[in-house]
Design a protein around this ligand. Sequence first.
Ligand SMILES: *[C@@H]1O[C@H](CO)[C@@H](O)[C@H](O)[C@H]1NC(C)=O
Ligand SMILES: *[C@@H]1O[C@H](CO)[C@@H](O)[C@H](O)[C@H]1NC(C)=O
Ligand SMILES: *[C@@H]1O[C@H](CO)[C@@H](O)[C@H](O)[C@H]1NC(C)=O
Ligand SMILES: *[C@@H]1O[C@H](CO)[C@@H](O)[C@H](O)[C@H]1NC(C)=O
Ligand SMILES: *[C@@H]1O[C@H](CO)[C@@H](O)[C@H](O)[C@H]1NC(C)=O
Ligand SMILES: *[C@@H]1O[C@H](CO)[C@@H](O)[C@H](O)[C@H]1NC(C)=O
Ligand SMILES: *[C@@H]1O[C@H](CO)[C@@H](O)[C@H](O)[C@H]1NC(C)=O
Ligand SMILES: *[C@@H]1O[C@H](CO)[C@@H](O)[C@H](O)[C@H]1NC(C)=O
Length: 502
Amino acid sequence: MALNKFSSLFLIHIALLLSSCFAEDPFVFYDFEVSYITASPLGVPQQVCSFFMWLSSSFLLAQFSEVWSGIQQRRSSWQDGLPGINCPIPPKWNWTYQFQVKDQIGSFFYFPSLHFQRAAGGFGGFIINNRDIIPIPFNAPDGDMTILIGDWYTRNHTKLRKALDAGKDLGMPDGVLINGKGPYRYNDTLVPDGIDYETINVHPGKTYRLRVHNVGISTSLNFRIQSHNLLIVETEGSYTVQQNYTSLDIHVGQSYSFLLTTDQNASRDYYIVASARFMNESQWKRVTGVAILRYSNSKGKVASPLPDPPQDEFDKTFSMSQARSIRFRNTLAGYVFLLSELKFCRNKPPVTIGGKRLTTLSGVSFVNPATPIRLADQFKLKGVYKLDFPNRSLTGPPKMETSVYPGAWTAILISLDNVGVWNLRTENLDSWYLGQETYMRVVNLEKTNKTEFPIPDNALYCGILSKMQKPQDISFATSITGSRSKLLVTVLMLASVLLHFR
Ligand SMILES: *[C@@H]1O[C@H](CO)[C@@H](O)[C@H](O)[C@H]1NC(C)=O
Ligand SMILES: *[C@@H]1O[C@H](CO)[C@@H](O)[C@H](O)[C@H]1NC(C)=O
Ligand SMILES: *[C@@H]1O[C@H](CO)[C@@H](O)[C@H](O)[C@H]1NC(C)=O
Ligand SMILES: *[C@@H]1O[C@H](CO)[C@@H](O)[C@H](O)[C@H]1NC(C)=O
Ligand SMILES: *[C@@H]1O[C@H](CO)[C@@H](O)[C@H](O)[C@H]1NC(C)=O
Ligand SMILES: *[C@@H]1O[C@H](CO)[C@@H](O)[C@H](O)[C@H]1NC(C)=O
Ligand SMILES: *[C@@H]1O[C@H](CO)[C@@H](O)[C@H](O)[C@H]1NC(C)=O
Ligand SMILES: *[C@@H]1O[C@H](CO)[C@@H](O)[C@H](O)[C@H]1NC(C)=O
């Protein structure tokens, strides 16, 4: 099935091979071809977004932009592929992202940031490796694998978008995919015949680093491997205190690395499960991702019920205390922070504004201006956006609510040390699409290039500035005629790393 390639080709390794901090900055280049392919992960043929491979067209009628989730973009706000910062990349365009991945060794993923395209796939794992001389806080694993889990609809992303535009809920997903593949047939009633499933092959007595990302739309997933512990070591570029879990709740947008020790007998294969959280289990049974962990000396197929999920279907405390139990290695305990300002982001159920069902942050539903905010700032354009995010005085009760745990709050400490325009959003794709986001400007009034790189040469212009946009280079235009329906995005990573260890 085509989706095999679909998932495996998404893997990008960024090796930061450097001699010295002062040597010439080495670059690593990656080329992506963005297009559609047909795949049937849940037995229903559908068009899915693909990198590297090409098929026909419809995607190319769409604009495109890619976001590098979790990457800090030190000084390179311009490279964060979001509609508030960059103009969308037009179809059939060759565009280069260029950024430095400094001090962030770990596991990330990328996804398209426009028009609900993430629901068509187009995401992939993204690994930033350490240099050889930089130690990691565990022994080098015997293998390194990326596992992408996420809810999936058989309706395509344009249909899903239309449902949202019409004020409807997306409803229950049709399944959970693991590395782009449907579930192993663990139950003949729930899983139809002929679905291609993922198999992770391992050798006994080894340790593997698994990097698990929830790339879905809105479903929180409980991830577990039958009879095996998951030793958490890293999340999104920060090492954690190492702790064993039998299962872990991974919310949309989150990435975790853990070490898997293949210390069980090989009398049979084992299940890898990603099941929906906070949902009525009897209704959501068929929305379960199931893959297979196979020892090289395995004696047979798995034949047992799936390992149990946490027994707390409608109780969020398990998930919340689990999230709290994950600690970073270098905690900030003992530091005193001087808070200069407190902002409150309140997450409420969708509201109807002007006849449209929309989501809000602190009562404001965000609409992307035709001219990106960062571009408007660069050209000192007035009236493109309003600075009207509601203020709340410090004397009020300190309360912030997040979307992850309804009714709960969290405090996020942000050190505003990176100049640029930054997106603050919910990772749930449907809520994000309906306006649950805002942008934050970090301004340095000093005229210097040290705190932010200048506007890139290849910056695209749109909205009020669309007249400034030059057509794509002719030489390039000729070269693309041979491969007409390919959109090429080149990612060029400036891998100059002044690594001091975190
Ligand atoms: C796209 O642009 C890059 C950098 O400018 C260039 O190296 C590459 O050859 C171009 N790709 C095609 C297919 O023309
Ligand atoms: C999505 O599905 C609709 C109807 O099923 C179809 O008209 C449309 O072309 C599809 N879009 C894409 C991008 O595949
Ligand atoms: C398969 O799932 C159905 C529906 O949930 C259930 O009734 C049945 O007992 C399951 N079969 C097995 C073998 O677990
Ligand atoms: C985690 O579990 C493994 C066995 O699966 C064990 O070898 C290891 O010592 C445990 N580590 C911690 C920190 O509990
Ligand atoms: C292998 O391990 C499973 C549990 O992981 C256990 O039920 C089974 O008895 C073991 N078999 C042997 C031969 O040790
Ligand atoms: C879950 O769904 C089933 C089937 O629709 C229903 O019978 C049951 O009451 C529901 N459970 C809860 C706790 O809502
Ligand atoms: C919020 O407060 C800051 C400083 O206290 C002030 O400069 C700004 O104008 C206020 N913004 C709004 C929208 O009230
Ligand atoms: C910043 O860099 C740009 C382009 O490299 C240059 O034209 C400009 O003079 C620089 N500005 C300062 C203040 O260094």
